[in-house]
Design a protein around this ligand. Structure first.
Ligand SMILES: [Zn+2]
Length: 123
């Protein structure tokens, strides 16, 4: 676990575990979008340059803006599920934990149901 001291130039607002995760998700989203546009428009920017740019943009946003992961396409109380080259994944919207890759969306949803039952069953 890394401390908040090495994260961001200001240090004015302490980063808890969730906000660190939100910044990491923002960084991944910025890099994904840069890679997509780089490919779609044939810009030819090397991937290490995209990574540097995404890191710089993310740090600048983190420096002065409050970042909250709150996708409006995820129904309340349900996880975000998606598929990539290694399989299906689920992300808990409450604590932002993620499943390992599984073979199908049903498996990702089963992970979430088990996770939510163990971690968030205070209702
Ligand atoms: Zn959770």
């Amino acid at each position: 676990m890394t401390g908040p001291a090495e994260h961001g130039p200001g240090g004015a607002s302490p980063h808890d575990e969730r906000s660190l995760r939100e910044i990491a998700l923002l960084g991944d989203a910025v890099l994904d979008e840069m890679r997509f546009i780089n490919h779609f428009r044939g810009l030819g920017v090397p991937d290490d340059a995209l990574e540097s740019l995404a890191e710089a943009v993310t740090s600048r946003i983190d420096y002065a803006f409050a970042v909250t992961w709150s996708p409006d396409w995820v129904p309340s109380g349900r996880p975000h599920t998606w598929r990539d080259e290694v399989g299906w994944h689920a992300r808990c919207t409450e604590c932002l934990a993620e499943s390992a890759a599984v073979g199908g969306e049903d498996g990702a949803l089963a992970w979430f149901d088990d996770h939510a039952g163990r971690k968030h069953s205070q209702s």
